[in-house]
Design a protein around this ligand. Structure first.
Ligand code: FAD
Length: 495
C-alpha cells in the first residue's frame, strides 16, 4: 500500500529534504500522494549544521538543481575534506580528503604503497591538492569551465539559508504553519495530529522531522539508545567569525582539537561558522568560552548553548511514522554525518515505503548506519594526547567492533572487503574515508604495508600509478581557479 496523504512535521533541513524527495518519488512512481509540511514559525530550526558530504551534490544533480544557483543563493562554499588539527598530538595535523582515487586506478593498493614509502595517503587524492592550493573544482580551458576531476565534492553552508532555498525549490507542497500539540493514535499508528490552533491534521504516513523535540515519534513509544558511554562530548557552543574583505576561503572544514573537546571551523561566503563541542563533565560553559578565546586570540559571542545527547532511536520507523534528521539520531558533527544520513535514509524510505517488510529493513539499515558513524567518530579519539583529564578519560575502552578492526588493521591495511556494502548501494563509510584518518593518527603499520608491497611487479605497477596520479593532480589543481574568485564570479554572472 502506498500512502495518499504524507504529512511531514518540521520545516528544517530534514523536513524540506523529505518534502522534496518524497513528493518526487510519489510523482515518479504514480502513488498519487499529496505532501503537506507542518512547521511552526514560533519554533525555530536548529540554526547550525554547515558541512555536507558528497551525497548533497548528488542529490542536487538528481533533482536537476543548478550547483551555480545553489552556491550563489545560499552563500555556500566548496568542501573537499576535513583538516584535523592537534588530534594525534599538539602541533600535528592530518587531512581527510573525501574523494576516492581507487575509482580511477582499478583497485591497485595505493594506500599500502604510500604507507610503505612513508608518504601521506592523501597525496594520491585530487582533493588533497585542491585543499592545499585553495582552488575551485574547475579550470578554464579555451574560455570554458572544465571540471577538475570525476569526483563529487561536498559543501559548507548556512543550514537556515539552505532550508529556505529547498523550500523555494519544492513544488506542489501544502504548508501549514501551526504547532503539533499531540497525536491521535489508531490501528496504523498515527491517525491525526492535534494542533495548538485546535485544528486536526489527518494523514496516512507521517514524517517526524521536528528536531530534538521528537514531537510525534515519542508518542509512539520510541526508545533512545544513548552513545554517551562511547562518545565524550555533550555540549556545543556555536559562534560566528566574519571573513575579512578579500580573505581567501579555505575549501575544507577544520576540526581543531582542544583540551576538552574540539572546535569546528566552516567557511561560508560571508563568515566562518565556528563552534566548540566539549564535555561539560570536564569544563563548564564560561571556562569553555575562555578556552576558545585563548586559542583564537580574540573574544567570541556564543550564539547558543546546545546540549548534545549522542545516540539514535532504536526504531526510527514505528507504524506509519518515520523519524528523520535530529529527531532520529545525532552525533557530534565531526564527519558531517547528519545531513548525509538524512538524504540516504530518505532514499531508503522512498524505496521501501510500499513493502510489507519496509519498516524492518529500514530500521535495521539505519541502526547499522548510525552505529557505524559512531565507531568512525570514536576512532578520531584514538590519539597520543594525554594533556588533560578529557584526553586521559577518552583513552579508555572502545566499542568491540572498532577494537576488532584496529587489531586487524595493525596487521594489514584496510581492504574493500572489510566494509560490507551498504543497503541499495548507497554511499557509506569505506576505506577511502577510514584510511586517511588511520594514517593521520599513526595507526597504520609501515611493516605491514611493506609486506603487502613485497611482490615486485605489483609494487612497480602501484608505484607508477601513484606517481602518475600525484603528477596529474598537482598539475590539475594548479590550473584550477582560486576558490573565492570563482565563487565571486558566480554572483557577478547574474548581477
Ligand atoms: C552543534 C551542531 C552542529 C551540527 N553540524 C552539522 C554539520 O556540520 N553537518 C551536518 O550534516 N549536520 C550538522 N548538524 C546537524 C544538522 O543541523 C541537522 O541534521 C539539520 O539541520 C536538520 O535538522 P532538523 O531539520 O532535523 O531539525 P531542526 O532544524 O531543529 O528543525 C525542526 C523543525 O521542526 C519544527 N517543529 C518542532 N517542534 C514542532 C511542533 N511541535 N510542531 C510543529 N513544528 C515543530 C521546527 O519549527 C523546525 O521547523 C549539526 C547539529 C548541531 C546541533
Amino acid at each position: 500500500m502506498t500512502p495518499k496523504r504524507i504529512v511531514i512535521v518540521g520545516g528544517g533541513t530534514a523536513g524540506w529534504l523529505a518534502a522534496m524527495m518524497l513528493s518526487d518519488v510519489a510523482a515518479r512512481k504514480g502513488w498519487g500522494a499529496a505532501v503537506t509540511v507542518v512547521e511552526s514559525s514560533r519554533i525555530g530550526t536548529i540554526g547550525v549544521g554547515e558541512g555536507s558530504t558528497a551525497v548533497f551534490r548528488q542529490m542536487l544533480g538528481h533533482f536537476g538543481l543548478s550547483e551555480a544557483e545553489f552556491l550563489r543563493e545560499t552563500g555556500a562554499t566548496i568542501k573537499y575534506g576535513i583538516r584535523h588539527r592537534d588530534w594525534r598530538r599538539v602541533g600535528h595535523h592530518y587531512d581527510g580528503p573525501i574523494d576516492d582515487p581507487g575509482l580511477v586506478t582499478g583497485g591497485l593498493p595505493l594506500d599500502a604503497y604510500a604507507v610503505a614509502a612513508g608518504r601521506s595517503v592523501g597525496q594520491a587524492h585530487l582533493f588533497q591538492h585542491l585543499m592545499d592550493k585553495g582552488r575551485a573544482p574547475v579550470a578554464l580551458r579555451g574560455g570554458r569551465q572544465v571540471a577538475a576531476g570525476p569526483f563529487h565534492h561536498a559543501y559548507h553552508f548556512d543550514q537556515a539559508l539552505v532550508g529556505a532555498w529547498l523550500r523555494r525549490k519544492a513544488r506542489g507542497i501544502a504548508v501549514i504553519d501551526d504547532e503539533v500539540a499531540g497525536i491521535e493514535t489508531g490501528a496504523a499508528g498515527i491517525a491525526a495530529l492535534r494542533m495548538v490552533s485546535g485544528a486536526r491534521v489527518e494523514g496516512d504516513f507521517f514524517v517526524d522531522a521536528s528536531g530534538f523535540k521528537r514531537a510525534l515519534i515519542l508518542g509512539l513509544g520510541a526508545e533512545w539508545i544513548s552513545y554517551a558511554d562511547v562518545l565524550p562530548v555533550n555540549r556545543a557552543m556555536p559562534f560566528w567569525v566574519d571573513l575579512k574583505p578579500g580573505q581567501e576561503i579555505p575549501p575544507m572544514t577544520v576540526a581543531w582539537a582542544q583540551k576538552n573537546g574540539w572546535l569546528w571551523q566552516i567557511p561560508t561566503q560571508e563568515r566562518f561558522g565556528m563552534g566548540y563541542v566539549y564535555s561539560d563533565a570536564h569544563i563548564g560553559p564560561e571556562a569553555a568560552q575562555a578556552e576558545v578565546e585563548a586559542a583564537l586570540g580574540h573574544k567570541i559571542e556564543p550564539r547558543r548553548d546546545i546540549k548534545i545527547d549522542a545516540g539514535r532511536l532504536r526504531a526510527p520507523w514505528i507504524g506509519n511514522c518515520v523519524a528523520l534528521g535530529l529527531a532520529s539520531s545525532f552525533l557530534e558533527p565531526l564527519e558531517a554525518t547528519s545531513i548525509h544520513g538524512t538524504i540516504t535514509q530518505l532514499m531508503m524510505l522512498a524505496e521501501w515505503l510500499p513493502l510489507p517488510d519496509g519498516a524492518a529493513r529500514y530500521n535495521a539499515a539505519v541502526g547499522a548506519q548510525v552505529d557505524d558513524f559512531r565507531d568512525f567518530i570514536r576512532l578520531h579519539y584514538v590519539t597520543e594526547r594525554r594533556d588533560s583529564g578529557f584526553w586521559c578519560d577518552v583513552a579508555g575502552s572502545l566499542p568491540g567492533a572498532l577494537q576488532d578492526r584496529l587489531d586487524l588493521w595493525a596487521t594489514r591495511l584496510p581492504r574493500p572487503s572489510d566494509f560490507a556494502p551498504f543497503a541499495l548501494g548507497l554511499p557509506h563509510l569505506q576505506g577511502q574515508l577510514y584510511t586517511p584518518v588511520l594514517d593521520g593518527l599513526g595507526l597504520l603499520s609501515r611493516a605491514a604495508a611493506r609486506a603487502e608491497m613485497a611482490d615486485a611487479p605489483l609494487r612497480d605497477r602501484t608505484r607508477a600509478a601513484h606517481a602518475g596520479l600525484v603528477a596529474e593532480y598537482t598539475r590539475a589543481a594548479g590550473q584550477c581557479l582560486p576558490h573565492r574568485a570563482w565563487l565571486d564570479s558566480l554572483r557577478e554572472k547574474v548581477s
